[in-house]
Design a protein around this ligand. Structure first.
Ligand SMILES: [Zn+2]
Length: 199
């Protein structure tokens, strides 16, 4: 027996999300059918709005409603430090820590030969251009995750940036090996920033 087309399509859509297989997608689809009409409308609108109303900051690559983003526009922030993260969501995690007051740059991934991701697929050219055009920047803190890909990306960036005389540092390994910034508690993250080492 086949599901009616609208349910089949909904299951299909849920399956496009990471970590969602057929079984979970089916459960979510039936859950959605049972939801209040208002809630479903709000859910659908928020999906469309997230895609339509957000853009990438032309300076740092953060996700924003306005370009440049709030952080890049904020002149009270320390203009001498740029903290490089893998994903825009990592900025939120660093900001919640409230101990870092510099600027950011979002790579939008890491170098990964397996996934066919090379330097040209990441926001590396924009970072180099930014460093070239802005001599207020004195330090680049590489905060990629402590995974093999994150480490390789950090090394790659260090080799590119160091000849320009800008200091390149890496978060200290308060972060356990293989861990994502996402799962670090605020104290661990704070210590990792405090104890960062020069590359
Ligand atoms: Zn920005």
């Amino acid at each position: 027996m086949q599901y009616p087309e609208p349910i089949a399509q909904l299951i299909d859509s849920y399956m496009k999300l990471p970590g969602i297989g057929q079984k979970t997608a089916t459960r979510l689809a039936f859950f959605t059918i049972d939801m209040q009409g208002d809630d479903v409308t709000r859910f659908a609108k928020s999906l469309i709005s997230a895609k339509q109303d957000l853009r990438f900051c032309s300076i740092c690559g953060n996700i924003t409603e306005e370009d440049p983003c709030d952080i890049c526009r904020d002149k009270t922030r320390d203009q001498s430090q740029v903290l490089v993260v893998e994903q825009a969501k990592d900025i939120m995690i660093m900001e919640n820590m409230r101990e870092y007051h510099g600027l950011y740059h979002v790579l939008n991934g890491v170098l990964s030969p397996i996934e066919g991701k090379g330097p040209e697929d990441l926001n590396i050219a924009s970072l180099l251009k930014r460093l070239q055009q802005n001599d207020a920047i004195k330090e680049v803190i590489v905060a990629t995750n402590a995974t093999p890909e994150g480490e390789a990306t950090a090394m790659y960036l260090s080799r590119l940036i160091k000849p320009s005389g800008i200091k390149v540092t890496r978060l200290a390994h308060g972060l356990s090996v293989g861990s994502d910034i996402e799962y670090a508690d605020e104290m661990t993250l704070f210590k990792a920033v405090e104890g960062r080492t020069e590359m």
